[in-house]
Design a binder for this molecule. Structure first.
Ligand code: FES
Length: 351
């Protein structure tokens, strides 16, 4: 038997964006729920994970936010039976119950992932997709994709016919938006339904998932110019809810409405969740104390200032005010740091 590194332990660190990439690669090990991803109980056993090494490694490689970690040990790779599928689930092999961890693992070798056609894999961004994303950013987000014009329509069509796993992150983001449109046209609003157009499952969409974003709320936010024009004003709660936050703290409950409430020294502000690079939606990583964009790695401090990656400027802030003691955010008015607009008293509320 040949010797190779075999996975003995797999876990998921903070920052999961609830995409379906890991479950797609290794459905017997990972399970994506409505708001998180878990390791299936039976996969906590080294004897169970060892034969699935290849699919676990693939899942880690496919994870857009690199939160899947694993330990390995050198061992003898079990010979794969001829024609063995990549995952026991596909072979209808009975799953090993958690209580039977000591039982010998099913002798099923994960098939090496097929090499993808080079042209379809991340590396050289497709100019059409880049153009599409630029349009989406400059023309009001998803609207450009939801209502593609002559120039962007071919790119949208290409996205819909390419497996999400074969797309670079920015193209996946565009595909998510296209998938959202499809779900809307079909009347589907569930998370899975909205994600159906993407094998990645749209971690980004499910950004929603990370923060309990419902498919409906996200859909409403992503398609303001198509389905309905939402009221730009959002009442987010009494001032004392936010005055008790510590400086640097981030409230994610309003993320489905398109902003985070952040606490600065003596004031709060409403931070737009749209990345200033190409319009993806960053995640708040509380352990790292930063917002991290899954598309190209831009990082932002808790106050929205960019400090890493390609984002050219800080996140924007929305107008925020107190109306009858209720913190109210007006998404029709934005403030940009680089223009000195964060000094505008409408860009923060002293609480
Ligand atoms: Fe490129 Fe956020 S969209 S880093």
């Amino acid at each position: 038997m040949a010797t190779k590194e075999l996975v003995t332990k797999v876990w998921i660190e903070d920052g999961c964006i609830v995409c379906d990439a890991c479950e797609t690669s290794s459905p017997t090990v990972f399970e994506v729920t409505d708001d998180t991803c878990i390791i299936r109980p039976e996969a906590l056993s080294a004897e169970f994970t060892k034969p699935l090494t290849d699919s676990i490694v693939e899942a880690a490689e496919e994870c857009p936010v690199d939160v899947i970690k694993f330990d390995t040990v050198a061992g003898e790779a079990p010979d794969a039976p001829a024609g063995a599928p990549a995952d026991p689930a596909e072979a209808s092999v009975e799953k090993a119950p958690a209580a039977a961890a000591a039982k010998p693992a099913p002798v099923v070798e994960a098939k090496a992932p097929e090499k993808k056609p080079a042209a379809a894999v991340a590396g050289d961004p497709d100019p059409a997709i880049q153009s599409l994303l630029r349009a989406a950013t400059s023309r009001g987000g998803a609207a450009a994709i939801l209502a593609p014009d002559e120039g962007s329509a071919p790119a949208v069509k290409a996205l819909q016919s390419t497996p999400s796993k074969d797309l670079p992150p920015d193209a996946r983001q565009a595909r998510i938006m296209a998938g959202t449109k499809k779900a809307s046209e079909e009347g589907g609003v569930s998370r899975r339904g909205v994600l159906a157009g993407s094998a990645c499952g749209v971690g980004w969409l499910a950004l929603g998932g990370t923060t309990a974003v419902s498919g409906l709320a996200f859909q409403r936010f992503m398609m303001p110019n198509v389905l309905e024009e939402p009221d730009p004003k959002v009442r987010v709660g009494p001032a004392d809810v936010y005055s008790s936050m510590n400086p640097g703290e981030v409230n994610e409950e309003t993320k489905p409405d398109g902003f985070w409430i952040i606490r600065n020294e003596g004031s709060i502000a409403a931070l737009n969740i749209i990345c200033t690079h190409l319009g993806c939606i960053p995640n708040w990583l509380p352990n790292d104390r930063k917002f991290k964009c899954p598309c190209h790695g831009s990082g932002f401090y808790p106050d929205g200032i960019n400090f890493e990656g390609p984002a050219p400027r800080p996140l924007e802030r929305f107008r925020i005010m107190l109306v009858d003691g209720i913190v109210t955010v007006d998404r029709s008015k934005k403030f940009q740091y680089e223009k000195g607009e964060w000094d505008n008293p409408d860009s923060y509320v002293e609480v």
